[in-house]
Design a binder for this molecule. Structure first.
Ligand code: NAD
Length: 335
């Protein structure tokens, strides 16, 4: 069993913990948090050993009546791999801790690419992380774009990607984020940082991205145009995308009109927390004009990187091939 510690138990960390626990070849050593709150209480209810991340705040857990198993450095020492799911920028500060304990670490997309030796997407470059000590799972948007670009590159070749990312203002629990009543070019300068981030996965890809933020919390929406090196018809491309295990090609018969319907569908399916681990790509939107391909896809920012973190654990420990890992992860989660 691969022993996995999770440092940072918020939106991403709690989902990664549950996904790791569901794997047949992994166990959760414990999770670390800075302070007691409802998520700390739930971690204990779920039976995770809880470690305090900050020495001088450790007593707060006792005061709140929440039992801890020790300090984060003990968690790191006992783990074969640590998944760092702390807020952006904290992961880079934690690297020293992982190095001190000689524990390989996986960071999240909020960190700069240079926090790690390699950026990771299971569908695109799993092998590059095999045996690495520090791996960064790219952001939710970069994961979504990489999953789409990988099969298109393999099947047709890609001349240029242009994507407009309509991004949720914040996650449902982030009441301090926005906008509340606006549509923001974000960043106003073009291209946005997302294109260069996709290039950490495909260094030779020609991609330009534009970003916006809107008053929504459920999902991001991508409007994508890819100029291919071939002229396939739309049905062929749709079939190719439908074969990808982490792309859910939305059938028109489902009458799913947007991210609200998608989230409702996930809840109706009994998905934990209403999570949508796959890119949700509207089949009807798949269009080709000569060598130009177009589509809309929705990305559930809170969960699409979760199976990627699980696969990154297998890559870093050299425990499986990409195909084996993706199949095991998908099977355990029900993707
Ligand atoms: P979050 O704020 O929901 O959770 C972070 C958790 O880490 C919180 O529980 C916080 O208390 C804890 N924490 C803070 N400082 C810590 C420390 N020093 N040691 C241990 N724990 C600490 O954040 P999140 O949304 O889960 O984001 C985590 C990372 O994942 C970021 O890099 C983010 O960019 C990335 N990410 C987030 C999303 C998303 O939409 N939420 C999507 C993809 C990637």
């Amino acid at each position: 069993m691969i022993r996995v510690g999770i440092n940072g138990y918020g939106t991403i960390g709690k989902r990664v913990a549950d996904a790791v626990r569901a794997q047949p070849d992994m166990e959760v050593v414990g999770v670390a948090k800075t302070r007691p709150n409802f998520e700390a209480e739930q971690a204990r209810r779920l039976g995770y050993d809880l470690y305090a991340a900050v020495e001088d705040r450790a007593g707060q857990f006792d005061e709140a009546g929440i039992e801890t198993a020790g300090m984060v450095d003990e968690l790191v020492a006992e783990s074969d791999v640590v998944v760092d799911a702390t807020p952006s920028g904290i992961g880079a500060q934690n690297r020293e801790l992982y190095e001190a304990e000689n524990t390989p670490a996986i960071y999240q997309g909020g960190e700069d690419a240079d926090v790690a030796d390699v950026s990771f997407n299971a569908r695109s470059n799993f092998e590059e992380s095999v045996g690495a000590d520090h791996v960064r799972v790219v952001s939710c948007n970069t994961t979504g774009l990489s999953r789409l670009v990988a099969p298109l590159r393999e099947a047709y070749g890609v001349e240029k990607v242009r994507a407009t990312l309509v991004r949720r203002g914040g996650d449902p629990s982030q009441s301090d984020r926005g906008p509340i009543n606006d549509i923001l070019p974000d960043p106003i300068s073009i291209p946005s940082h997302h294109g260069p981030d996709v290039e950490t996965i495909f260094p030779d890809l020609d991609i330009d991205t534009l970003g916006m933020k809107v008053p929504a919390t459920l999902m991001h929406m991508h409007s994508v145009n890819v100029t291919l090196e071939a002229e396939p018809d739309a049905d062929e491309v749709r079939d190719l995308l439908a074969e990808q295990s982490r792309i859910f090609v939305v059938d028109p018969a489902l009458d799913i009109g947007g991210s609200g319907d998608l989230k409702e569908y996930a809840l109706d399916m009994g998905r934990p927390r209403g999570d949508l681990w796959e890119n949700c790509l509207w089949g009807e939107s798949v269009t080709t004009e000569g060598s130009d391909f177009y589509c809309f896809q929705a990305i559930h920012q809170e969960s699409d990187v979760v199976p990627e973190n699980v696969d990154a654990v297998r890559a870093i420990t050299d425990a499986a091939t990409a195909e084996e890992s993706v199949a095991t992860t998908n099977d355990a989660l029900g993707i």
